[in-house]
Design a protein around this ligand. Structure first.
Ligand code: HEM
Length: 419
């Protein structure tokens, strides 16, 4: 019987893994008629697609624009584009030629990545550890006295948002606004990193974010500090970012960096609660935390897929992929491929997880991987004294309503033993 699987429909979200296994075994290159896309589930194929930007380009704007056009009327679409251009205050030709790191390939990507990378070197990230620890301690202290709390709201969300605010040098009194802009932008693009597909509310948020950032960018150009904006501004003359590209990059950080890390922390705790043996192990030995973070990433990938477009006619596992076809590289399925990870459905914090694809692979490999790893490790370490005494209030998970993102909207926990 042919397998029914549509990557953009949420019906598989509850328990995708048996379906992924069937796809890997019987239809590793699966045609999804509604999405009009080829879905790729084996590790070997997903890794080679992500690693070959010449054959599979990252820029899928044209495809997404077509989908947006199919969803909105032409008038709504044009009105949104005009509002967007007003919000970012640039003429259409400048907007069209502005680069967004995650959507460019080749030399253009390399140059841009070199610039932004300076804010994310391992040294720079390690220097944030005390700040991350202080933020995590503050969160855990405030809910450790409660009998019940929502882990997502009280730790997994505020920690990455607090860190990115600190990195960008956002004033403490504007953090609530920043969180609101961030939420509105993220809700609109649905975790798709599709900045060009925003709705009206997000356009307003982008306008406010631009108005907030513009004087900071001007100021940092005159008087650089130790923050990320200064790093981006500082390299403008060396083929660096325009003001609009800085805005787009900050938006990318919000979308690519916040919810993903939130979901990593939530997924790690949720999976531990289902595996008391692994929980006992980490509770007795905090040295296991880095292994726990990597295995959680592999086991429940916070980003389930990335999109690519075939630049020429090609073939995967004997199936022809026409030029211009949309390809869905299923990270979450590849991470459970038994051909790559023996006994892949077993959650084992001591296993060799090297090569998992949760941060992508190749030239677009996650810029914030070291930061995400550090934040998740610190969050779990800070939570450690409470972990063994925690239980779910309700058994059913509430998944984020996006198939690209895998994570919990909320996670109500209770303390069965007081610390
Ligand atoms: C657990 C947390 C995270 C996960 C699972 C994750 C996942 C990913 C994935 C899969 C990609 C590759 C996209 C592609 O190939 O199309 C990516 C790229 C990216 N990520 Fe992350 N990410 C996380 C955290 C972060 C953080 C904390 C930041 C920054 C604050 C960040 C910034 C970026 C950026 C800027 C890119 C684009 C890189 C490029 O195109 O060269 N991410 N991320």
């Amino acid at each position: 019987m042919p397998i029914t699987f549509e990557p953009f429909e949420t019906d598989w979200q509850q328990d995708p893994y048996p379906l992924f296994q069937q796809l890997r075994d019987e239809a590793p290159v699966h045609w999804a008629p509604q999405a009009k896309a080829f879905c790729i589930t084996r590790y070997e194929h997903v890794a080679s697609i992500l690693n070959d930007p010449t054959l599979f380009k990252a820029d899928s704007r044209e495809y997404r624009l077509q989908r947006a056009q199919a969803k909105n009327s032409k008038r709504t679409q044009v009105a949104l584009i005009i509002r967007m251009l007003r919000a970012v205050r640039v003429p259409p030709w400048r907007f069209a030629s502005s680069r967004m790191l995650i959507q460019v390939d080749g030399e253009s990507h390399r140059v841009m990545r070199n610039v932004v990378n300076r804010g994310f070197t391992s040294q720079r990230i390690a220097a944030w550890e005390p700040r991350i620890r202080a933020l995590a301690n503050g969160c855990v202290e405030s809910f450790s006295k409660k009998e019940r709390f929502d882990l997502v709201e009280e730790l997994a969300v505020p920690l990455p948002v607090g860190v990115i605010c600190a990195m960008l040098g956002i004033d403490a009194e504007r953090r609530h606004d920043f969180k609101r802009w961030s939420d509105q932008i993220i809700q609109s693009v649905g975790g798709a990193f599709a900045i060009d597909q925003v709705d009206g509310k997000a356009v307003e948020a982008i306008g406010e974010l631009r108005a907030y950032l513009a004087p900071i960018v001007r100021d940092r150009r005159r008087d650089p500090r130790e923050d990320l904006i200064s790093t981006l501004v500082d390299h403008r003359s060396a083929g660096g970012l325009s003001d609009l590209e800085i805005l787009l990059f900050v938006m990318l950080l919000l979308v690519a960096g916040n919810e993903t890390t939130t979901n990593l922390i939530g997924n790690a705790v949720d999976t531990l609660l289902d595996h008391p043996d692994q929980l006992a192990r980490v509770a007795s030995d905090p040295e296991c935390i880095p292994g726990l973070v990597e295995e959680s990433l592999r086991f429940e990938s916070p980003i389930q897929y990335r999109l690519r477009i075939a630049t020429e006619r090609t073939e995967i596992a004997g199936t022809e992929i026409p030029q211009g076809a949309l390809v869905v590289a299923m990270l979450g399925a590849a991470n459970r491929d038994e051909r790559r990870f023996p006994d892949a459905h077993r959650f084992d914090i001591t296993r060799d997880t090297r090569g998992h694809l949760s941060f992508g692979f190749g030239p677009h490999f996650c810029l914030g991987a070291a930061l995400a790893r550090l934040e998740a490790s610190v969050a779990l370490e800070t939570l450690l004294p409470l972990l063994s005494g925690l239980a779910r209030v309700t058994p059913e998970p509430t998944w984020v309503a996006s198939t690209m993102v895998r994570g919990h909207r909320r996670m109500d926990l209770m303390q069965t033993t007081r610390p």
